[in-house]
Ligand binder design. Structure first.
Ligand SMILES: [Zn+2]
Ligand SMILES: [Zn+2]
Length: 359
């Protein structure tokens, strides 16, 4: 299909103007509920609440440990896989690591990586406008889960061809997950996690509901990055965007809530500027796989890049000891808009540090 003449062209000045118009045009909207997600969400939450009761009453310690491991593996499938590897290309992975991350991602039942990465690239490219699938200007509930329960905004659909997804579509591991999506997700997210605890005597039914609890916790942890990290917190790197630093949530999101930083440097594999990684389990995970050779070309910003950007567009909060708030200018516009590494709108790559390069 040829792009409609009224559609924005990727990377053009018109696209920037288009974003500005979207900001201004975000008026009230009559939402149309999507029946399948509403039914699934209702079921998951009722089943998950019963799962919480079972955790407190009949769950064995093995089931609790297993559920925690599944939670963390699923979360890593989202953070290290769908987010940092596939949506933003912040590093490269060998085939075994890609397969592992695809399986981890399937534990969460958050659709396929194709869907996930597409929504996420839209989120970065059109942040907090109607073309952002979870537009935070529509309120906390909408950006948290509301957007999943209603039909997509026409502005998102209109721009469906403005984001380059060729790398994702041509990836054989992700193609496999797309083609066998129902079987892979049903097995990884539901059947196996309910069967495995039977090995130590937990019933299938109890495990099923406890697993529902794990799925909704994985879901809400991911959603907090879209809602809370666009509502509360500081903006040390760009005060003109909605994304914020809310480091306290990085514990449950495995390091994903240094979000003001992440929107400014979406190609940084750490998604955080902190020198230590105590709150960033995903970075520890990627570093470990880089150490054994399964992850490579890890892109990260130098301290000088971070400091100069904080001085130029930050809000003056000096969380990490960089910058002087007296140097911060006010009223600057959002600068470059790109979804991650490889986006042709990213003009200046000169200061980027690349770790564990191959060949
Ligand atoms: Zn965001
Ligand atoms: Zn992101």
């Amino acid at each position: 299909m040829v792009a409609n003449a009224t559609e924005p062209v990727l990377g053009s000045a018109r696209e920037r103007e288009d974003c500005d118009k979207l900001w201004l045009a975000s008026g009230s909207r009559k939402h149309e509920l999507a029946a399948v997600p509403v039914t699934l969400f209702t079921y998951w939450h009722i089943s998950g609440l019963y799962g919480l009761y079972l955790i407190c009453t009949v769950a064995t310690w093995q089931t609790i440990v297993f559920t925690l491991l599944m939670y963390n593996a699923g979360a890593l499938g989202i953070t290290a896989g769908a987010h940092r590897l596939w949506s933003h290309k912040t590093y490269k992975a060998t085939k075994p690591l890609e397969i592992l991350l695809m399986i981890f991602h399937s534990f969460t039942s958050q659709n396929t990586v194709r869907h996930w990465a597409r929504d996420h690239r839209f989120h970065h490219k059109y942040s907090d406008t109607d073309a952002d699938p979870h537009n935070a200007t529509r309120g906390f509930f909408y950006s948290h889960v509301g957007w999943l329960l209603v039909k997509k905004h026409p502005e998102v659909l209109k721009r469906s061809r403005t984001i380059d997804m060729s790398d994702i579509y041509n990836n054989p591991v992700l193609r496999f997950q797309k083609i066998y999506g129902a079987q892979v997700i049903l097995s990884c997210a539901y059947i196996l996690p309910s069967l495995i605890p039977m090995l130590w005597g937990q019933s299938f039914s109890d495990s099923w509901h406890i697993n529902s609890l794990r799925i909704i916790l994985n879901l809400h942890a991911s959603c907090l990055v879209n809602s809370a990290a666009h509502a509360f917190g500081n903006k040390p790197y760009d005060k003109n965007i909605a994304a914020t630093q809310i480091s306290i949530l990085s514990f449950v999101t495995l390091g994903e809530c240094f979000h003001n930083y992440h929107h400014v440097f979406p190609w940084d594999y750490r998604t955080a500027e902190l020198g230590n990684n105590r709150l960033n389990l995903t970075t520890i995970f990627i570093d470990f796989f880089a150490w054994i050779g399964w992850a490579y070309d890890l892109k990260t910003a130098t301290d000088e890049m971070i400091e100069s950007r904080a001085k130029r567009t930050g809000d003056g909060t000096n969380l990490w000891g960089w910058g002087d708030k007296d140097l911060v200018k006010s009223g600057e516009k959002v600068e470059e808009i790109f979804y991650g590494w490889g986006d042709k709108d990213m003009k200046d790559t000169s200061g980027v540090k690349v770790l564990y390069t191959q060949g």
